[in-house]
Design a protein around this ligand. Structure first.
Ligand code: S3P
Length: 439
């Protein structure tokens, strides 16, 4: 099994850029595949999750070229041009792919089956199946989890759906199905979640009206192709934002070309409230998405209370926030984050196990975590961590090594490639003492 050996490093400095955004890369493949004409995507994230989406689109009859690692050219087949895959579509570890494809495929003329790896086969799918069935789709799960069986040839109708959870995956699955419905569909969310689907659909010419937490999509005749430049993934940058803050002063880190969509950047607000010095430089638009460079200065952090309103804007960054909290003076308390329990692992349980192994005083809550931080000296002991096969747990504890008294060994890290290929060499290039090990 592959692992990381991470040693305390005093220096984190320099300039870097992280790979392309995972959420945008998935959506670029799907929407370009059903658009009319050729779309070129630059900055595509060539991670295992996005490559699962790419393979699925190819299996559905879309010609996709890859002139280079991060450049894809998609020959759209139009809204009615997808063809049955003739076998199960394997989504690997990618929850986003499985949920969005469930929406897209529920509107097609052929049957489909979606499967995934051991972790994905345990994840809840009724959250998308239920609203899609309300639209007239034939979507079946096995006791709420995959395989997801989708019967084709249904006519879908528009719905007015009130989402019980703030989930961009659920919202996007409904939006994809709604493109094919006989009437407009309205979705009302309990809180904001990432809006990449809405932005990209508008760029494809779809009429979509947003009014606070309510969006209405009008079924289009066609989607236009477009060239998409994918910004750096804020969720990948998050590990290095925290690394830059935890470095010994007066060092700092420049992270270039980071997507700063406001529905993704809750972590910036939380870290700034903790005393983190993060400057936004060169703010610009990259197609439909805001982008900037971030200058991170080593900072002294203090604990804060993070309430539910910020949680959905920082959901994937909470594991690394817990690492920052362990290095902050006083208590940090995150609540309203019960969704963490159904991610690639139960992230509350996985982080709690790791924090215990590294001697951090904390309480795991049903919906979050209370962490008693230690701002001066080593916040973590040395120790062994199980990532539970979850990329973000593995990378979060790799960052913890900056403030550890000794080596941190992290087991089961192959999944880092699902979202962040090249994490180790990039981390090394800015000073972290991490290397891969095989146990
Ligand atoms: C994602 C939405 C989020 C996030 C996931 C990516 C997306 O999930 O955790 O990593 O691309 O739509 P939820 O919609 O379940 O919150």
């Amino acid at each position: 099994m592959r692992g990381f050996a991470a040693h305390p490093a005093m220096r984190v400095s320099g300039s870097m850029a992280v790979p392309g955004d995972k959420s945008i890369s998935h959506r670029a493949l799907m929407l370009s595949g059903i658009a009319e004409g050729v779309s070129e995507v630059n900055g595509f994230l060539a991670s295992e999750d996005c490559l699962a989406s790419l393979a699925a689109m190819r299996a559905l009859g879309v010609r996709i070229e890859r002139p280079s690692e991060d450049r894809v050219v998609i020959h759209g087949v139009g809204m009615r041009g997808l063809q049955g895959a003739g076998g199960p579509l394997d989504m690997g570890n990618a929850g986003t792919a499985m949920r969005l494809f469930t929406g897209l495929l529920s509107a097609q003329q052929f049957d489909s089956q979606l499967i995934g790896d051991a972790s994905l086969m345990q994840r809840p799918m009724e959250r998308v199946a239920k609203p899609l069935r309300e639209m007239g789709a034939d979507v079946r799960t096995r006791n709420g989890t995959p395989p997801v069986d989708i019967g084709g040839s249904r006519s879908l109708h528009g719905i007015d759906y009130r989402m019980p959870i703030a989930s961009a995956q659920v919202k996007s699955a409904i939006l994809l199905a709604a493109l094919y419905a006989s009437e407009p569909t309205t979705i009302t969310a309990p809180a904001a979640s990432r809006d990449h689907s809405e932005r990209m659909l508008k760029s494809c010419g779809v009429k979509l009206i947003s009014d606070g937490l309510r969006i209405t999509v009008h079924p289009p005749q066609r989607l236009s192709s477009q060239n998409i430049t994918v910004p750096g993934d804020f969720s990948s940058a998050a590990f290095f934002i925290v690394a830059g803050l935890l470095a010994a002063p007066p060092q700092g880190l420049l992270i270039q070309n980071v997507g700063l969509n406001p529905t993704r950047t809750g972590l910036l607000e939380i870290l700034r409230r903790m005393g983190g010095q993060i400057e936004i430089l060169n703010a610009r638009e990259c197609g439909a998405e805001p982008v900037a460079d971030l200058r991170i200065s080593a900072s002294r952090l203090h604990g804060v209370r993070v309430s539910k309103s910020l949680v959905s804007l920082a959901i994937d960054e909470l594991p690394v926030l817990f690492i920052a909290a362990a290095c902050a003076q006083g208590e940090t308390w995150v609540s309203g984050a019960e969704e963490l329990r159904v991610k690639e692992s139960d992230r509350i349980a996985a982080m709690s196990a790791g924090l215990t192994a590294l001697g951090v005083a904390h309480t795991a809550l049903p919906d979050g975590m209370r962490i008693e931080g230690r701002e001066l000296g080593s916040a973590f002991t040395s120790g062994e961590i199980d990532s539970f096969g979850d990329h973000r747990i593995a990378m979060a504890f790799a960052i913890a090594s900056l403030r550890a008294a000794g080596a941190i060994e992290i087991r089961d890290v192959a999944n880092v490639a699902t979202s962040f290929p090249g994490f180790v060499p990039l981390a090394q290039s800015v000073g972290l003492a991490i290397r891969e090990s095989i146990a």
